[in-house]
Write a protein of this length. Structure first.
Length: 319
């Protein structure tokens, strides 16, 4: 897992774009322990809910469920390793879209970003500006001055229970202790000072319309907060280079034909990515007059580059 995450990081640096990787269905075949999840500090995201019905979301007599596993791993990270916690995400893990029992729409994330832009969405996720849901919508999630506040988008005839869950500081602390519970639509938790972290889970009285386990209700999970004093400042990712635009080159000096359309994604730092129906290449670009010159590495294990000059005749999109 650590090697895979390192390769993801290298790819993000090579492209100049944020890339978010996460560990999916950690309880599938009970593949990971809390200790293993805690020790791979390069991993920042964890599926607190996965909509596949066969991934042991609730655990069993000898294994913790996903939510408990999350708390156990974060208690180790913050209490012993002084490392940033895992953020929780929800997915549907759909395998089929028409029929079958592994279907879409069971779980998703809601990201608080400046605008609908891929790079900004990834950066917001890396900063923890995201909550997970299997049906409950939160109008607001804020953490300021050691106060965690939520605003639930309530539905008529539906009740909501918010549990504030976390782990306290010190030896012998119980991972995933319930600190408080409320049925208000605007739940509030004020940190007392003895918490390693606290998070909120909201459970509605409404049955999930497409359940992945028995008696499933719609829920939402916020990220752990109040932990930064335990680990100090967390390095923030460098802002992604500005995306200048995407150009679709339909015909370029005989090199590209109409049947072999290439889409170029241009970044302000001179990097670009070219995608065709056959492959995706990354490299650098220069524009002089009507000529576009690209330089790409076709072999990731070689430093050799291939330079190509295109005479632009037709463009779609904007610069």
């Amino acid at each position: 897992m650590r090697n895979n995450l390192r390769m993801v990081k290298e790819q993000a640096e090579r492209l100049g774009k944020p890339i978010v990787a996460h560990l999916n269905h950690p309880n599938f075949h009970f593949s990971f322990t809390a200790e293993q999840l805690a020790e791979v500090v390069e991993e920042r995201f964890f599926e607190v809910y996965n909509g596949h019905p066969g991934i042991n979301h609730l655990g069993d007599e000898t294994h913790p469920g996903d939510e408990q596993l999350w708390d156990m791993a974060n208690a180790i990270r913050l209490g012993k390793l002084q490392a940033a916690p895992l953020y929780g995400v929800a997915t549907d893990d759909s395998h089929t879209y028409h029929g079958g029992n592994v279907s879409p729409g069971r779980g998703w994330i809601m990201v608080q970003a400046e605008r609908l832009d891929a790079n900004l969405l990834m950066e917001a996720m890396e900063g923890g500006e995201v909550y997970s849901s299997s049906g409950v919508t939160l109008k607001e999630v804020s953490f300021r001055n050691d106060i965690l506040e939520l605003e639930i988008a309530g539905e008529a005839g539906v009740s909501y229970t918010t549990q504030f869950v976390g782990t306290r500081k010190g030896e012998g602390a119980v991972a995933g202790e319930e600190f408080g519970e409320t049925k208000e639509l605007q739940p509030v938790y004020r940190l007392r000072g003895d918490e390693l972290y606290v998070r909120a889970v909201v459970t509605s009285s409404k049955d999930h319309p497409n359940p992945s386990f028995a008696d499933q209700k719609e829920q939402a999970w916020t990220q752990p907060v109040g932990w930064r004093e335990a680990v100090g400042p967390v390095p923030q990712p460098e802002p992604a280079p500005e995306l200048i635009g995407k150009w679709v080159i339909k015909e370029s000096g005989g090199v590209k034909s109409v049947d072999d359309t290439a889409v170029f994604e241009f970044m302000a730092d001179g990097k670009y990515a070219e995608s065709t129906s056959l492959a995706r290449h990354d490299g650098t670009w220069k524009l002089a007059g009507g000529d576009l010159t690209t330089s790409i590495r076709t072999d990731p294990d070689s430093a050799d580059t291939v330079d190509t000059k295109y005479t632009i005749k037709s463009l779609e999109g904007n610069r």
